[in-house]
Ligand binder design. Structure first.
Ligand SMILES: [Zn+2]
Length: 160
């Protein structure tokens, strides 16, 4: 199962035009009557206007539309247009753990968009985004900063 998901995430991420980090997001919504809907997103660098200074990456270029934001927008639009469906669960898969902005969008989904429904939301991430320089050794933590915030609102967070 893990390989199927990570292969799918990689194939979504491959479409990104980012030179430094290709991010893929897949959201799977399941209804009470076992229908399944997929929503995909990959990060898109909208302008490379900052290119004059240094090599553009997602941290230097603020004009990147994040994979999770794109997939969450598609999901939210679907939910608003499908008022009669009963959502059983929403699984969010990402190859890189989400940033604070995308974390806020997930919290908004749980607290505002879905407030009338008792929907189980789970975030599955493959790799953590943050690297820490620990005495000249860069280590990648198997964890990420907004994890506790997601869990505090009832979004389960699991590593793929
Ligand atoms: Zn983000």
């Amino acid at each position: 199962m893990k390989n199927i998901i990570t292969d799918k995430l990689n194939s979504i991420a491959k479409q990104s035009n980012s030179k430094t980090r290709k991010v893929g997001c897949l959201i799977v919504l399941k209804t009470d009557d076992n229908k399944r809907y997929n929503f995909e997103g990959y990060n898109q660098v909208l302008t490379e206007i900052h290119n004059y200074q240094c090599n553009v990456d997602e941290f230097n270029n603020p004009y990147v539309y994040h994979a999770e934001a794109i997939a969450l927008n598609k999901l939210t639009k679907f939910i608003h247009e499908s008022s009669s469906i009963n959502i059983k669960s929403i699984d969010i898969y990402v190859n890189w753990a989400p940033c604070v902005e995308c974390t806020k969008k997930m919290i908004y989904l749980k607290l505002e968009t879905l407030k009338k429904q008792n929907t189980r939301i789970t975030l599955y991430y493959e790799k953590a985004k943050y690297t820490f320089d620990n005495q000249h050794h860069k280590t990648q933590r198997d964890d990420f900063i907004p994890k506790n915030v997601l869990q505090s609102v009832g979004i389960e967070v699991l590593k793929l």
